[in-house]
Design a protein around this ligand. Structure first.
Ligand SMILES: [Zn+2]
Length: 409
């Protein structure tokens, strides 16, 4: 997220001021699985079918182990009805899960911001075609498998829910809102992760989600919308648009009836900005292109073909795989910083996944440092409590920086 210019400083301190300031930002730290396992390297299961027929032979065996894992390889196929005008979303999601954790699991934990922010209501959950009683706890849907899923076995889940989309940017709502004519939704699609409390200041991302080899989302809207999403749009049929993405940790969308798309080719990459009139598009494209190129030299080549920049109604800047959010109204050095910082998150949390709740040093700290090195924004925050702290504090002991730092060069 947008950390304002945070330094890599490990400071703890009182909560940052809220209001129009942009305190550090929540980094979208989704994270991936434990570094010891590479979920993407296991054989991905075939893409689930939209209407999820129950497999003939279920991989579930009798028993219980009271265990789940982040090392579950999941593919997602969701049919979404999105009412922009009524601010409602209805999702029918098929998830194919293969256990790559090295041991049995008996539940799957799905992260969704629609639970704490959208008053999510489950409409039914199935495991291999059998209804199960899933529960919503904070930002997590806990799906009992009704038995154990051995290591290497697969299971098909289906989750249906509806949620209301907030109309303001206050608190954490900016992560899931339709404010004015821009809808912005982060981490709305229930996604394999581990349970962490959602309670958050706006400068931390208490999420830990696993990398998925394949995601397909079909969004049917109540009116014509231009939708920014990770990956690529593969089909349009009337008001239904289908998107696909590979190797992503979440699937943010930003949509507006008034977006224009500005595109620039940067080497083999296509950088696309979804913007309304008045947005400083050229500058933002310049900085994003510079960041992609120079960060690729320092941290390894940006692996996606596309890089999407979406203008949001407000709140904080935010990263997602292959995508960044830039808030309306950001200007000057704050705008420039946020473009570089969110771009740096493509590597740290994006490619190098981590637990954004427990190990923010592996996400915000490194993304801030890379952003500083490449952008030249070396000024650090106005640290209010500079007492030394351990580097591996969880997000609750967040770093706090002041947002408005002038660039030094
Ligand atoms: Zn950040």
């Amino acid at each position: 997220m947008a950390l304002a210019l945070v330094g890599l400083i490990l400071v703890a301190g009182p909560p940052a001021p809220t209001g129009s300031h942009e305190p550090g930002s929540p980094a979208a730290a989704a994270a991936s699985g434990a570094p010891s396992t590479n979920p993407a390297s296991t054989s991905p299961p075939a893409s689930p079918q939209p209407s999820l027929p129950a497999p003939a032979g279920s991989g579930i065996e009798p028993g219980s182990v009271n265990r789940t894992s982040i090392d579950l390889v999941a593919t997602y196929d969701a049919a979404v009805n999105l009412s922009f005008d009524a601010r409602r979303i209805h999702v029918d999601e098929a998830i194919s899960v293969t256990n790559a954790s090295g041991g049995a699991v008996d539940r799957v934990e799905l992260n969704t911001i629609a639970a704490p922010l959208g008053n999510l209501r489950l409409l039914g959950t199935e495991v291999d075609g059998r209804p199960v009683e899933a529960t919503v706890r904070d930002q997590t849907i806990v799906v009992p498998l009704g038995g154990i899923l051995p290591d290497g076995a697969s299971v098909a889940l289906r989750v249906r829910f509806r949620a209301a989309i907030p109309s303001t940017l206050s608190g954490s709502n900016w992560m899931f809102t339709r404010t004015g004519d821009i809808l912005q939704a982060s981490r709305w699609l229930p996604w394999v992760g581990l349970r962490h409390p959602f309670g958050r200041p706006n400068h931390g991302d208490p999420f830990f989600t696993a990398l998925s080899p394949s995601v397909r989302v079909r969004i049917t809207t109540d009116r014509r919308l231009v939708i920014a999403a990770p990956g690529r749009r593969v089909a349009v049929d009337g008001l239904t648009q289908t998107f696909e993405a590979e190797n992503v940790r979440d699937f943010h969308i930003v949509a507006s009836p008034s977006f224009a798309i500005r595109e620039r080719r940067v080497g083999d990459w296509v950088v696309r900005a979804y913007v309304r009139g008045g947005f400083p598009t050229e500058k933002v494209l310049d900085w994003a292109a510079d960041g992609l190129q120079r960060m690729s030299e320092l941290a390894g080549e940006y692996p996606y073909r596309r890089f999407t920049i979406a203008q949001t109604a407000g709140g904080y800047a935010l990263e997602g795989p292959g995508m960044i959010w830039i808030s309306t109204g950001l200007t000057g050095s704050r705008l420039r910083w946020n473009v570089y910082h969110e771009t740096a998150h493509q590597w740290f949390y994006g490619l190098v996944g981590s637990d954004g709740a427990l190990d923010p040093f592996a996400d915000e700290a490194v993304a801030t440092h890379l952003g500083q090195v490449v952008s030249g924004h070396l000024a650090l925050a106005d640290v209010r409590d500079a007492s030394p702290r351990p580097v591996d504090l969880p997000i609750q002991h967040r770093l706090l920086l002041q947002p408005d730092l002038p660039a030094r060069r």
